[in-house]
Write a protein of this length. Structure first.
Length: 226
């Protein structure tokens, strides 16, 4: 089934997700997202993600801010790590191209109503465009979990090397992590997955502190993947 078709087919399940959230006593209020660290993109709503082509630093910051915004406002229905579990659309599969962006932004701005009942609130006026595209950037860069699991043994070995202390060949470990990262794809078709291998490689700068940080990233990520 095509990715967008799969998402459209699951829209009706948003009602169930909202009902479950209410029954569990979960807050349904919308939390503000601080986007000050992102460059301005104007007042007019765009139809394509502007943070894809603004360089790695902006892209990484958009993912960081988008992760926070998603966890505060979206995860209760769409799932932690954007893994929906089937109750709401799995937004990891939404194509990282203009058509997917338009579909996403329509839902983000105006919400979703079914039979006169609001199943998804309209976030547009409340969170703004920068938050919208930051969350979109986070979603489209989610890695294929199966690909991460397939590399778990290699990642654990590298984690252990980093965590052991002593002398570490930083360049060799960084190169191995980068090689693994290149083999882990996104589910959206975006060219780079924000995987634990990608993040750990970026954190290594040759210092013991960076080895510990990268080891922690791998430990947390591998635990979540189990």
């Amino acid at each position: 089934m095509p990715r967008t078709t799969r998402i459209l087919a699951s829209l009706g399940a948003i009602a169930a997700a909202a009902t479950i959230a209410q029954a569990a006593g979960l807050p349904l209020d919308i939390q503000a997202v601080n986007t000050d660290a992102l460059p301005d993109i104007g007042e007019e709503w765009l139809t394509e993600n502007p943070y894809r082509e603004q360089g790695e630093e902006v892209w990484a910051k958009a993912i960081e801010i988008g992760a926070s915004g998603y966890n505060q406002n979206c995860a209760r229905c769409h799932g932690l790590g954007a893994v929906s579990g089937g109750l709401a659309p799995d937004l990891r599969f939404l194509e990282a191209e203009e058509y997917g962006d338009e579909w996403y932004m329509e839902r983000f701005r105006h919400g979703f109503t079914q039979n006169g009942v609001t199943r998804m609130p309209a976030f547009g006026d409340l969170l703004g465009q920068k938050a919208a595209w930051a969350i979109r950037t986070y979603l489209e860069t989610r890695p294929d979990e199966d690909a991460v699991s397939a590399k778990s043994a290699e990642l654990k070995a590298l984690r252990d090397t980093l965590a052991a202390g002593g002398e570490v060949d930083a360049e060799a470990v960084k190169a191995e992590l980068s090689g693994i990262a290149e083999e882990i794809e996104t589910l959206s078709g975006a060219p780079v997955a924000d995987s634990i291998a990608y993040r750990a490689a970026a954190q290594i700068d040759g210092t013991p502190a960076s080895f510990n940080k990268a080891a922690e990233t791998l430990t947390v990520g591998l635990s979540a993947a189990q």
